[in-house]
Design a protein around this ligand. Sequence first.
Ligand SMILES: Cc1cc2nc3c(=O)[nH]c(=O)nc-3n(C[C@H](O)[C@H](O)[C@H](O)COP(=O)(O)OP(=O)(O)OC[C@H]3O[C@@H](n4cnc5c(N)ncnc54)[C@H](O)[C@@H]3O)c2cc1C
Length: 559
Amino acid sequence: MPDSVQITPRVSVSHQALMFPTLTPAQIEEVARHGETREVSRGEVLIHVGDTAVPFFVVKTGKIQIVRPSMRGEEVVVVHGPGRFTGEANLFLGRRSLTRAEVAEPGEVVELSHEALRHLVQTDPEMSEILMRAFIYRRVELVAHGFGDVLLFGSAHSAATLRIREFLTRNGHPFTYVDLDRDPDSQDLLDRFHVALSDIPVVMCCGGPGLRNPSNQQIAEALGFNEAIDQERVRDVVIVGAGPSGLAAAVYGASEGLNVLVVESQAPGGQAGSSSRIENYLGFPTGISGSDLAGRAYAQAQKFRAQIVIAKGATRLACDRAPYAVEMDDGSSVPARAVIIATGAVYRKLALENLSQFEGVGVYYGATPMEAALCAGEEAIVVGGGNSAGQAAAFLASGAARVHMFVRGSGLADTMSRYLVQRIEQNPSIEVRTQVEIIGLEGGDHLERVRWRDKRTGTADISDIRHVFMMTGALPNTDWLHRCVALDDKGFVKTGADLSDDDLATARWSLPRRPHLLETSLPGVFAVGDVRSGNVKRVASAVGEGSIAIAFVHQVLHQ
Ligand SMILES: Cc1cc2nc3c(=O)[nH]c(=O)nc-3n(C[C@H](O)[C@H](O)[C@H](O)COP(=O)(O)OP(=O)(O)OC[C@H]3O[C@@H](n4cnc5c(N)ncnc54)[C@H](O)[C@@H]3O)c2cc1C
């Protein structure tokens, strides 16, 4: 039996060492203090595919092999010898195991329950570092190789395909993608099973029936993303939104002992998750992609036991009684002693009649490698003059034939960071067009042409461009609050010193103190990040506000 890793034939030796470190005898003894050491016999199954809250094993003697079911039968993914350990990110996420662990050679193992492992990670920084790194690298490998239980049949002509690919990717769930435009055999097969065009994409997973054009919520349910989470218990704090601000609040809150639940309507990462490279976030001199940052923050929040409900949107804040409750779109409701509103913002949509027809099939609101691949070798338009537009243009220019930046104003200097302006000016593949606006979109099942107008001359033109990236000003995600808290004239949540006496009188503020920094017109309800009135729209400020809010949550809880 080889003591080698089969999933990673192309990864470097140092990468392998990070994924599959060997614990020293002293480290094994340390782990053993948290669990039980026991003998195991050949063939014994330690973890089944689909198990949740699985235990963690360290091999003392003998071998454990990790097997995954695949379309070609079963594959041995890796064999762990003495000093090596089982697990990947799912262990922390409390999600179902994608693989089976079974004893390949009898011997002795250390076994820790799911809870004991979490305790070890929280109390032992050395082990925490080794295990977290290994789990995250293992998950990245699984995602990169599409090693999972999900098969997605889709098409570049279906907007839902991009939605589902983004949903699975941003939730770090491995999947295999079959492009029906390039694989006529699969299309044939689906035809035989009467899968209509409107049923595409189809998601097959977990041995269940194929899901035809499923919602994100249906996928989350099928994959058991939220299975391990008790959504009825009263929480110290419920955080709505898992962008940078919400995840930061979750990390600080949970690490400081609060019972934290995060509710996220899509996937962790928020707007930052749709960024190709964030270069101005402290501590990452060479930049970090939004999805990497989100993935790390998500894992960090889980490490401290914050729980994150995925693909469930908050629809209402029940604010007329204590504890408050956050109601969700599946009809459930989570009670909370304090609430942090971290629902961020979305790009303003251009007022174009048939915009929705092309969303996901030519019109995009994020510029990740997935969208970049869709417009490789073709021309693209980026609409907007802010940092996110500049970042998207610079990123897309490396693969697209040409990138046109459509800017409403007369230049970039007032709205974009200097480093990005320079980068754009120096890139021959990017053309900046000022004072132009899109006036029409044309096409069939994909965008084919864009009509635009030069605002100075009033002349209109048409270009055969199939990809438009909308990176225009932000609108707050505050509809769900139904004016439960005071908002400014643009709909952003007012907090702290920005709340006037009138705001507080209207909200019937009843406490002798004024609202804390970041506190809304409702005591114990805070707003952080892009959703907050006056917020600087940056990752760092979102993260900073998320952490500061927790300090005030403690004060409110001890009131
Ligand atoms: C393409 C792009 C590139 C960017 N690049 C940079 C950069 O380089 N540097 C920088 O500093 N900043 C950058 N930004 C800005 C930065 O990403 C934002 O300032 C930051 O993400 C704000 O974080 P947030 O948590 O407040 O909100 P968001 O990131 O907007 O997150 C809000 C979250 O709440 C969820 N949500 C919304 N409504 C509900 C609901 N009703 N129920 C449950 N969940 C809900 C959303 O799904 C989302 O996940 C960029 C933004 C974009 C779009």
